[in-house]
Design a protein around this ligand. Structure first.
Ligand code: KG4
Ligand code: ZN
Length: 341
């Protein structure tokens, strides 16, 4: 079974070829540099850039995999959620290609694909989904922060999600207040390495409530007031590093504690995590520590497949194909506010 998958939901143009659970190629063209000067993703520019990049990225993925269009058994693309103009480029291109080749087409839920990304690697495949089910999965990126109970393959229930900003957004927006470039998440990660996480005390929103939901806008506001009231701190390198470490610790504490609590409450022994923020070294190590303490197995997504990529779209589409899930109609449209069950 050989599939071509496309992902264009935000600022990454990506095409992947997957075969039997293995990723033969995963080409990602990132637009981060282009959006950097605006301090965030500009939807209209993102869509135009996808238009420019999509065919070269698809050709590169097919060439790397050594696969021709005629050899494909199915085509998949992100159907939603995402930026409307951006989604439309990849979704419509994939739909049209599947129509022309008379092959099945799968419109894939972006968040559902993140749930399967912890199992992606190059050849040989390690798609041992069954051994890690049921699990509680943390999806944490610039656009989303959610906890999902994966009861069995393709059977999920959202336990909680952010009621305002996503965790990545919190990294990026607090970083901007501190004067860091976009995206600030990786920069805070680096600066925090040599900072004192206990230097400044920031709130841990919703940590002591029963809810599995997250909220990060209050933390962002408290950093805004802190920076306004202590302008000298930004001029001092070490205090800057301490500030980054303290903000990071507040975000990481909330993510880790709520994930473990949700896993305990759901009586699962396995935790998985994906999304761009999972590249954060402190989050990776604190999650590993907490899972070990709770006697739980942790499956973290490899960094390459943590940020948005088409490989995760292809891996999930292949599982759907194998399980004889009905393909998506060629008349289907993008799904902007598509919620995960
Ligand atoms: O999954 P992703 O590529 O795109 C979506 O938002 O869907 O995630 C990007 C987010 C950005 O907010 C970025 O700042 C954050 O992931 N990020 C990090 C790190 N690497 C990426 N945040 C904290 N520490 C990192 N090392
Ligand atoms: Zn994503």
């Amino acid at each position: 079974m050989t599939l071509l998958a496309l992902e264009t939901s935000c600022d990454e143009t990506s095409a992947a070829v997957v075969r039997n659970g293995a990723v033969l190629a995963n080409v990602v063209s990132s637009q981060i540099k282009m959006h950097e000067e605006y301090g965030g993703v500009v939807p209209e520019l993102a869509a135009r850039e996808h238009l420019r990049n999509l065919i070269p990225v698809v050709n590169a993925a097919l060439a790397e995999a050594g696969v021709s269009m005629a050899q494909l058994d199915a085509i998949a693309a992100t159907q939603g959620p995402g930026l409307p103009g951006a989604l439309m480029i990849g979704f419509k291109a994939a739909q049209a290609a599947a129509f022309a080749l008379e092959k099945p087409f799968f419109g894939i839920h972006h968040h559902e694909a993140h749930l399967y990304s912890p199992w992606i690697s190059g050849a040989p495949p390690r798609a041992d989904f069954a051994a890690f089910q049921p699990n509680v999965s943390l999806i944490v990126s610039g656009g989303h922060t959610m906890l999902v109970l994966v009861a069995a393959e393709l059977k999920h229930r959202v336990l909680g999600e952010t009621v305002d900003d996503a965790a990545g957004e919190c990294f990026d927006k607090t970083g901007k207040l501190i004067g860091l470039p976009y995206p600030a998440g990786p920069v805070i990660d680096r600066l925090a390495e040599h900072g004192n996480a206990k230097a400044y005390d920031f709130p841990r929103p919703l940590l002591h409530t029963d809810s599995d939901d997250f909220s990060f806008s209050g933390l962002k506001t408290s950093v805004r007031y802190f920076v306004r009231d202590h302008p000298d701190i930004l001029a001092d390198d070490q205090q800057n590093r301490d500030l980054c470490a303290s903000v990071q610790a507040a975000i990481v504490d909330v993510l880790v504690a709520k994930t473990i609590r949700a896993a305990k409450r759901s009586r699962v022994r396995c935790v998985t995590a994906s999304g761009g923020v999972i590249c954060n070294r402190s989050l990776r190590s604190e999650l590993a520590k907490a899972c070990a303490q709770a006697g739980m197995t942790l499956r973290l997504t490899e960094k390459t497949f943590s940020t948005d990529n088409a490989a995760m779209i292809g891996i999930l589409a292949e599982r759907k194909l194998l399980r004889q899930t009905a393909p998506t109609s060629c008349e289907a449209e993008i799904a902007l506010n598509w919620t995960l069950d």
